[in-house]
Design a protein around this ligand. Structure first.
Ligand SMILES: Cc1cc2nc3c(=O)[nH]c(=O)nc-3n(C[C@H](O)[C@H](O)[C@H](O)COP(=O)(O)OP(=O)(O)OC[C@H]3O[C@@H](n4cnc5c(N)ncnc54)[C@H](O)[C@@H]3O)c2cc1C
Ligand SMILES: NC(=O)c1ccc[n+]([C@@H]2O[C@H](COP(=O)([O-])OP(=O)(O)OC[C@H]3O[C@@H](n4cnc5c(N)ncnc54)[C@H](O)[C@@H]3O)[C@@H](O)[C@H]2O)c1
Length: 503
């Protein structure tokens, strides 16, 4: 049984930790059951953003007449879009190839499960098996679609974001598509397929689309989607699926009135949320504690209840975003594998985790909604500014009263005038939100213990100090503590930090 300094399970954000460990010359085992690169590269942020970017361009051109740009017959070249999307996904083998060059890294293609805290068995994809031991183990196994138990769904067939970017990838846009779920996945796919000419129907359980956004943002997106001609059914329980005349038929029931209805389409995309990838790990053989939903409980240092096991990313249930997973991975890399003294350890702060949904237009937020601020006891002041009230908004063609005149809404503490939350719906919201994220992360922060009983001796000592950090807006190090959701902004930020930190 080969012994490693570090065993890493999962190759999404975990790669940041792997890179740090291998740079220290440690013996590292990397285990991946699917494609190297994880969700973001293979079936998440990156391929969806390739599609969304094309869909956005179509909408911008179609709406260009408001600023004097006329174009006819604007349409999507699906083959070209697909080629570009798969070129990106097909970078996956190069990630494994990269690790395979290092003598101190062994990569394994297979499913990991725990024998005990230090021992991991691998059911290798080629049918063989291996068993390893490790001083430290990192679990970064992500999540996957939580398929509802819907009678007839399996028989009729369906796609998820996983199978869509796999065996079910369509040769051309669907004629018609039902989307179950009105969260970020449902709304981003709805935007893309509607722009591609598909007749889109969304069936959403909640009374709102994007229920994690401010209600005004949800209402805006609903109106926008309806304006595009999508059929949106809110507040529905999905009941069953059947097949008729070559179409898939979804039956639903209104959650308030009980009224029943059905919709039919060529395909059904199931996007009702995710569940953590913990069930294959046999964590019952370890001291790792799960919460009621099956997520691994971690503290602010990403420690678990097992002293040699850490967990990060979607699997810890703190917020399922790539920028948050990267932030946690950077913290672990800094604390465990960069030779830094405990006094300089970093800790995770989840008070300002931003979110961006790449609909058209984009929806972005950071911090508290008005309701959340009121519930926390703040005396709240709110301010709303529409795109049409700014010169740039006018240049973009927005007039006061336009149905699609987006806005920024600020939630402010009346007493201190501190910003508690920012919510933006409109073009480039993903970029416009960034100053507010930096603002919320700036200043002096005192460590907030999370799951106080998860506490290594170092964590206890740092909590007792208590550890503080001051983020000087002028320091490049401040970038390390600030999440950056926009993909290209985050690449600029990463470059800035790595350049000056000499990585
Ligand atoms: C369609 C879609 C669009 C998204 N768009 C965005 C976006 O625009 N912006 C954003 O911030 N976030 C987005 N997300 C969320 C983002 O992709 C995730 O938050 C992020 O990828 C999670 O990273 P991770 O490292 O925790 O897990 P993952 O990237 O999922 O990596 C986990 C890896 O572990 C492997 N694994 C699981 N179990 C085992 C096991 N037992 N043994 C071995 N290997 C195992 C899996 O195969 C997987 O490769 C999107 C997600 C989806 C589904
Ligand atoms: N741009 C981004 O950052 C981005 C993009 C896509 C996904 N993600 C992340 O990936 C995760 C998964 O996304 P998601 O949209 O699937 O999850 P979600 O949990 O955010 O939304 C799912 C929606 O489906 C609804 N729903 C649940 N069961 C249903 C049912 N049986 N019938 C109809 N509706 C049902 C819920 O009311 C909910 O609003 C999210 O947490 C999300 O944040 C992020």
């Amino acid at each position: 049984m080969k012994k490693y300094d570090v065993i890493v399970i999962g190759t999404g954000a975990a790669n940041i930790v792997t890179d740090a460990a291998l740079a220290q010359g440690l013996q590292v085992a990397v285990i991946e059951r699917g494609r190297f690169g994880g969700t973001c590269l293979n079936r998440g942020c990156i391929p969806t953003k390739v599609m969304v970017t094309a869909a956005n361009r179509i909408r911008e051109i179609r709406e260009g007449s408001r600023i004097g740009v006329l174009a006819d017959n604007v349409r999507l070249d699906w083959d070209m879009l697909s080629k570009r999307l798969w070129e990106k996904i097909d970078e996956s083998p190069a990630i494994q190839g990269y690790y395979d060059q290092f003598p101190n890294v062994d990569t394994f293609n297979g499913t990991a499960s725990f024998v005990d805290n230090h021992t991991v068995a691998i059911a290798l994809n080629d049918g063989t098996s291996a068993t390893l031991t490790g001083d430290k183990v990192l679990i970064a196994t992500g999540g996957r679609t939580n398929i509802p138990a819907l009678p007839g769904l399996a028989e009729a067939g369906y796609v998820t974001s996983e199978s869509f970017f796999g065996p079910s990838y369509p040769k051309k846009p669907y004629q018609s598509l039902i989307i179950i779920g009105g969260g970020p996945i449902g709304c981003e796919f709805a935007h893309v397929f509607d722009a591609a000419g598909t007749k889109v129907t969304m069936v959403q359980h909640n009374v709102r689309l994007l229920p994690k956004e401010d209600p005004a943002v949800s209402a805006f997106i609903l109106k926008q989607f309806q304006r595009y001609g999508m059929d949106i059914r809110l507040n529905k329980d999905t009941v069953s699926v059947s097949q008729r005349d070559g179409l898939k038929v979804l039956s639903f029931r209104d959650r308030t009135t009980g009224e029943e209805g059905e919709v039919a389409a060529e395909e059904i995309l199931v996007a009702p949320g995710i569940r953590p990838m913990t069930e294959l790990l046999h964590l019952e053989n370890t001291d790792v504690r799960l919460d009621k939903r099956g997520y691994i409980e971690t503290n602010e240092f990403l420690e678990t209840t097992a002293e040699n096991i850490w967990a990060l990313g979607d699997v810890n249930g703190m917020a399922p975003f790539r920028h948050k997973a990267n932030y946690e991975a950077e913290i672990l890399a800094h604390n465990l594998f960069s030779g830094n003294a405990p006094e300089t350890w970093r800790w995770a702060d989840y008070d300002a985790v931003p979110a961006v949904t790449y609909t058209y237009p984009e929806a972005a937020h950071v911090g508290l909604t008005e309701d959340q601020a009121l519930k926390k006891g703040y005396d709240v002041e709110r301010a709303i500014n529409h795109y049409s009230s700014s010169a740039k908004g006018y240049a973009m063609g927005y007039e006061p009263g336009d149905e699609d005149d987006g806005f920024i809404k600020l939630v402010v503490d009346k007493k201190t005038k501190f910003i508690l939350g920012a919510h933006i719906i409109g073009p480039e919201a993903s970029i416009l939100i960034q100053p507010f994220i930096n603002n919320l992360m700036s200043g002096t922060h005192v460590i907030h213990p999370i799951h106080e009983d998860i506490a290594s001796p170092t964590a206890q000592a740092l909590r007792a100090k208590p550890l503080t950090r001051t983020l000087d807006p002028k320091s490049v190090y401040t970038f390390s503590e600030t999440m950056t959701p926009h993909p290209s902004l985050s690449e600029v930020v990463m470059w800035t930090r790595y350049y000056y930190e000499g990585k």
